[in-house]
Ligand binder design. Structure first.
Ligand SMILES: NC(=O)C1=CN([C@@H]2O[C@H](COP(=O)(O)OP(=O)(O)OC[C@H]3O[C@@H](n4cnc5c(N)ncnc54)[C@H](O)[C@@H]3O)[C@@H](O)[C@H]2O)C=CC1
Ligand SMILES: O=C(CO)COP(=O)(O)O
Length: 338
């Protein structure tokens, strides 16, 4: 793979770490930023301290606020925009994306109102879904930018496109596995954020390690039921995008979802937390969109429904907990038959 020019859409923490990873392989990376400040900082000082502290980008990474400038002449595009903004950003990029450009999606979420995966949101704006891949796994940007060992899964319909992005991102410290199960990989990425908020709330409310293991395990069961109902493979839930990402997001101090849950248990609102951290808590939006998708498929996702009712239904934590612990336990693996 000779040196290429890669458009990296988004200058948040994951976009910045991924830009560094790709650029370290010798490719020129042009980042598109929604905000003006990161463009000046990246071009003048090679840092993006608001999103990634103590990290210096390689010199072959530049930034712009122009979609056209980022995408013209690109050999591939990587979308690293929070899920809530992805459709609008993809729409603005569409005029500059050629029909055959390979595209990699890093966003984790489900679109409210449509139930679409993030790769499908991009496809509905730029067309040609067969050239779009999704990368998901236990990948906190704060560790990857410093070369700490990590791994991820790239899912794609096209083996050729999957292999292309694997080669673009693979390094000894960043191991990349391939999958053809886009539904499983992307749904896992959206749903583990919900479980991480619930784990944060549990920890912040004083529950112990047994309770956190219970939430992660029953969370994985409900993730598997929805993946299966949507046509994905339950085994994907056992992989990096499933169990791997669930563990890291539910336990890591870097996780915004987990730390928001803890802050919420101590009385901070979603709005207060997001403006304090200048970051998006995607599990909060996913509690709603995943619940909507599960209802449309007739799938039981009690933990997700519980978070939805606490965040948006005015239900108290105490009453939701009482409902959850008074449910009569079912067969451990119900809902996975044909
Ligand atoms: N941070 C991480 O370690 C990881 C993040 N991800 C996923 O990557 C995606 C990007 O997340 P992060 O880089 O963490 O974002 P972030 O929370 O660090 O940054 C937020 C970004 O959103 C941009 N933004 C704000 N308002 C906007 C608007 N109206 N339109 C467009 N952009 C706007 C900001 O400029 C900033 O670049 C998310 O879907 C996240 O789940 C996945 C794996 C790891
Ligand atoms: O997806 C992530 C880690 O893989 C990021 O998780 P948080 O959004 O909770 O920080």
């Amino acid at each position: 793979m000779s040196d290429m020019r890669i458009a990296l859409i988004g200058t948040g923490s994951w976009g910045t770490a991924m830009a560094g990873l790709v650029a370290s392989h010798g490719h020129d990376v042009v980042m598109w930023s929604y905000d003006a400040d990161p463009v000046i900082e990246i071009n003048e000082r090679h840092t993006n301290a608001c999103y990634l502290k103590d990290y210096t980008l390689p010199g072959n990474v530049t930034a712009t606020n122009s979609h056209e400038e980022a995408l013209t002449g690109a050999d591939a595009a990587i979308f690293a925009v929070p899920s809530a903004f992805l459709r609008g950003v993809a729409r603005d990029c569409a005029p500059y994306v050629s029909d055959s450009l390979p595209v990699l999606c890093l966003a984790k979420g489900i679109e409210l109102g449509t139930g679409l995966l993030m790769s499908d949101v991009i496809a509905s704006e730029i067309g040609h879904p067969e050239r779009i891949a999704a990368l998901s796994g236990p990948n906190h940007a704060e560790e990857i930018c410093h070369g700490s060992l990590s791994a991820s899964t790239i899912a794609c319909e096209s083996v050729e496109v999957g292999e292309f992005f694997k080669e673009l991102t693979l390094s000894p410290a960043f191991r990349v596995y391939l999958s053809s199960d886009m539904v499983g990989v992307e749904l896992c990425g959206a749903m583990k954020n919900v479980m991480a908020i619930i784990c944060g709330i549990a920890a912040g409310s004083g529950m112990g390690d047994n309770a956190l293991a219970l939430i992660m395990t029953r969370g994985l069961a409900e993730i598997s039921r929805l993946v299966h109902a949507c046509g994905g493979e339950a085994m994907t839930c056992m992989g990096l995008a499933g169990m791997g990402d669930l563990i890291v997001t539910c336990t890591s101090r870097h996780s915004r979802n987990r730390t928001f849950g803890e802050a919420f248990a101590h009385g901070e609102s979603l709005e207060e937390y997001q403006s304090r951290r200048r970051m998006v808590v995607e599990g909060a939006a996913a509690a709603r969109s995943v619940s909507e998708l599960a209802r449309s498929k007739g799938v039981d996702v009690p933990l997700t429904f519980a978070l939805e009712s606490v965040l948006y239904g005015g239900v108290t934590l105490e009453s939701v907990l009482e409902t959850l612990v008074n449910r009569i336990p079912n067969e451990e693996f119900y809902g996975l038959d044909e």
